[in-house]
Design a protein around this ligand. Structure first.
Ligand SMILES: Cc1cc2nc3c(=O)[nH]c(=O)nc-3n(C[C@H](O)[C@H](O)[C@H](O)COP(=O)(O)OP(=O)(O)OC[C@H]3O[C@@H](n4cnc5c(N)ncnc54)[C@H](O)[C@@H]3O)c2cc1C
Length: 304
């Protein structure tokens, strides 16, 4: 271990980078450890972040790193944090490359990761013509013929939401329909077709969905897909350190990113279900303010 840093940020996506910027400007020594596997790496363009609409996710991070490099107390390590020990005031982080870093405070900005997509053909179109969030990619899919892969209570909600972008869509439940009779009736009243067979495969050309083939032999021609992915937190380290988690697998934090473990913070997708770059950046910024205020308070007290 070289030196005790003020803050170790694990994860260098919008949440971690935003925190690094605020802490660098607050003259705190910071190490950002990032393995560079952000959730949106499958997509060509990221939308909805003011001044950066349509930017490539890797370019977004590159600009952020470039701007942060002005602040000399922020260091970056491209590596995976594999173990965290210690307590408030002295955490020790060990990385896959065998490095160790010490830090007074810890910020987990580890994001969420998609679990393997268990549907033939989906990986080929994910981020190109199959998406997860209408607010991120609905505009690009506007007025197109879409298949929405969803089931149960979510189906009606998704159907209502996607109606803001296109009127041509069908629901595919990918297996037995788990909706209530009322929900089924409501979709029928709105002329939204529901296909309840399991999906056999998705056929595409150059990443553009052409059709969804069902096990019962039905074929649904379409130009795009929205689906609900299965997610897990980007790293198990917060749990291993004793952070309380929600049922959905996110770290429980207060409005300033503070967890139940003293000196440990979390921000971004790892600590919310907002799943937007701008929201992640905002949470990172707020956590950084709170961490800095805690460090300043401790330094003030130590002086008498
Ligand atoms: C297909 C797709 C398209 C999207 N499009 C948009 C869009 O258009 N607009 C929008 O606002 N949002 C979009 N999103 C959502 C957006 O990607 C996330 O909300 C945002 O990336 C969250 O930022 P984050 O910093 O919390 O996590 P991430 O960006 O996921 O970053 C987390 C980082 O932590 C790293 N990490 C994890 N564990 C460790 C570890 N142990 N050690 C070191 N590093 C670690 C990861 O490798 C990663 O680099 C999209 C998501 C997907 C899946």
């Amino acid at each position: 271990m070289k030196q005790l840093m003020d803050v170790a940020i694990i994860g260098g996506g919008p949440a971690g980078l935003s925190a690094a910027l605020v802490l660098g400007r607050a003259r705190k020594s910071v190490i950002v450890i990032d393995e560079e596997r952000p959730r949106n790496r499958v997509t060509k363009e990221s939308h909805g972040f003011l001044t950066r609409d349509g930017i490539k996710p890797s370019e977004f991070r590159q600009i952020a790193r470039q701007q942060i490099s002005v602040y000399p107390t922020v260091l970056f390590e491209n590596d995976t944090a594999i173990e965290v020990t210690g307590t408030d005031g002295e955490f020790i982080i060990t990385t896959a490359k065998g490095l160790t870093f010490g830090a007074k405070k810890l910020l987990f900005a580890v994001g969420m990761k998609d679990l393997p997509l268990d549907m033939e053909g989906l990986t080929d179109v994910y981020g190109k013509s199959a998406f997860v969030c209408p607010y991120c990619d609905g505009w690009e899919m506007r007025d197109r013929k879409l298949v929405i892969i969803t089931n149960g209570d979510r189906a009606l909600h998704f159907a209502k939401t996607i109606a803001g972008w296109t009127s041509q869509y069908a629901i595919c439940t990918d297996g037995p329909d788990e909706m209530t009779d009322e929900q089924r009736e409501e979709l029928k009243r709105h002329d939204i077709p529901v296909f309840a067979s399991k999906i056999q495969r998705i056929e595409a050309e150059n990443g553009n969905v052409q059709q969804v083939v069902l096990e019962d032999g039905s074929i649904i021609a379409c130009e795009g897909i929205f689906f609900v992915p299965k997610l897990a937190i980007g790293s198990n380290l917060p749990q291993a350190l004793g952070c309380e988690m929600t049922e959905a697998g996110a770290v429980i934090v207060d409005d300033f990113g503070k967890t139940n473990v003293p000196g440990v913070y979390s921000a971004g997708d790892a600590a919310s279900q907002k799943y937007q770059v701008v929201a992640a950046a905002s949470m990172g910024s707020m956590a950084a303010v709170s961490i800095n205020s805690e460090l300043l308070g401790e330094a003030w007290s130590a002086r008498g």
